[in-house]
Design a protein around this ligand. Structure first.
Ligand SMILES: [Zn+2]
Ligand SMILES: [Zn+2]
Length: 168
């Protein structure tokens, strides 16, 4: 993902990149193609870049283990200064370019920010019931008999009553 910056006029420029994630050296959970939309603003010897990338990902649910597909958005801003880099440059969002730089390669930044955007918690759906910790059944698909033991205590009197009625 290379942007040519030689002869770039002042002001706003838009770019779109579309390619396979393999090109960015991204593998699981990423798959297929991604799309990055860029806005590059040139102001004197400063370039301000905003990148929004759309990825496809395949996760395994933390609760039920089912594999599911979803999309992942990642965005970041980078300021390129055509200055000599100061001794200590630890800022994640500032890069330095030499005055005669004619292009910037954003591949590694897009890759890094994509990896940062992967959530810690992955759920196939918010209300995923997960697996029964006793019998291992997927409680989204079926009820198991062990789950009745974990009934909300507020319902217990009602359940007892139901049991009694069944006996008669
Ligand atoms: Zn799940
Ligand atoms: Zn069970």
């Amino acid at each position: 993902m290379i942007i040519k910056i030689s002869n770039l006029s002042e002001g706003e420029h838009n770019f779109v990149f579309e390619d396979k994630v393999d090109v960015l050296d991204l593998d699981k959970p990423f798959y297929g193609k991604y799309k990055s939309s860029l806005i590059l603003n040139k102001l004197h010897d400063q370039l301000i870049l905003s990148v929004t990338s759309d990825f496809k990902v395949k996760y395994e649910c933390d609760r039920c283990g089912t594999e599911y597909k979803t999309s992942l958005m990642s965005d970041y801003k980078m300021i390129y200064l055509m200055n000599e880099a100061p001794e200590e440059t630890e800022s994640l969002n500032v890069s330095y370019l030499s005055r005669d730089a004619d292009k910037i390669d954003i591949s590694s930044d897009v890759r890094e920010f994509a990896l940062l955007a992967v959530p810690m918690k992955k759920l196939c759906k918010d209300e995923c019931k997960g697996l029964c910790y006793k019998c291992g059944k997927d409680l989204n698909k079926e009820k198991c008999t062990c789950s009745t033991e974990e009934i909300d205590p507020r319902w217990k009197p009602l359940m007892n009553l139901k049991d009694k009625l069944n006996l008669n």
